[in-house]
Design a protein around this ligand. Structure first.
Ligand SMILES: C[S@@+](CC[C@H](N)C(=O)[O-])C[C@H]1O[C@@H](n2cnc3c(N)ncnc32)[C@H](O)[C@@H]1O
Length: 185
């Protein structure tokens, strides 16, 4: 199965990214870029998940297939911003599982996660390891799947995939470059 996770700059928040050139980060301030992304995921992957901020639901949810599911990452420890009375302490993850039945080998789990934000990674929106592992389970990932992180940032998702496959990150790239799913090499 082909599985992808998409964690682009959130809609309207491209200005927060300086690890790439700002024109490129602002690409996702345009709804047309999100339409292209969701089309790509729907056409080219068996399972996928997309992160966004809760306010993005107004604009982005209508772009997804109605059968897509919505999960919630709740942050028991999150940043309280000056003059924001009710803090933003959760994020939606819209997902399409590659495997839906619990009989098909993927982890059984929940559509919510309570996990604090990660600190000091130097990148806005960097995700904690437990979040990455939970998203893999939402997508119905199993270790033999071909996995793509479309917006790797710190690379934490690939590291979690490597850890769950039980191979060093570099080795798994070599194996997949050769077109050989890990576990069948
Ligand atoms: C929300 S962050 C990803 C964080 C990542 N999931 C992590 O946990 O480290 C979004 C990433 O997409 C990158 N990015 C911005 N604009 C992009 C574009 N047009 N195409 C591809 N990547 C882009 C940003 O520089 C940033 O590294």
């Amino acid at each position: 199965m082909k599985i992808a996770y998409a964690d682009p700059p959130y809609f309207g928040y491209g200005h927060l990214y300086n690890d790439t050139d700002i024109a490129s980060a602002r690409e996702y301030d345009d709804i047309e870029a999100w339409k292209r992304l969701i089309f790509d995921l729907s056409m080219n992957y068996d399972g996928w998940a997309v992160s966004m901020t809760s306010g993005n639901l107004h604009d982005l949810l209508p772009l997804f297939p109605k059968e897509a599911r919505i999960a919630s990452w709740v942050k028991p420890f999150a940043a309280f911003k000056r003059n924001v009375r009710i803090a933003y302490t959760w994020e939606p993850v819209v997902f399409w599982p590659a495997r839906d039945s619990s009989k098909l080998g993927a982890q059984v789990g929940r559509d919510h996660l309570a996990e604090p934000i990660t600190m000091r990674r130097g990148l806005t929106g960097a995700k904690p390891e437990a979040f990455c592992s939970w998203v893999l389970d939402l997508m119905g990932w199993v270790p033999g799947d071909r996995f793509t992180d479309l917006f790797p940032g710190t690379g934490v998702m690939d590291r979690v995939v490597a850890a769950r496959r039980g191979v060093p990150a570099d080795d798994q790239l070599t194996l997949f470059d050769a077109g050989v799913p890990v576990g069948q090499a």
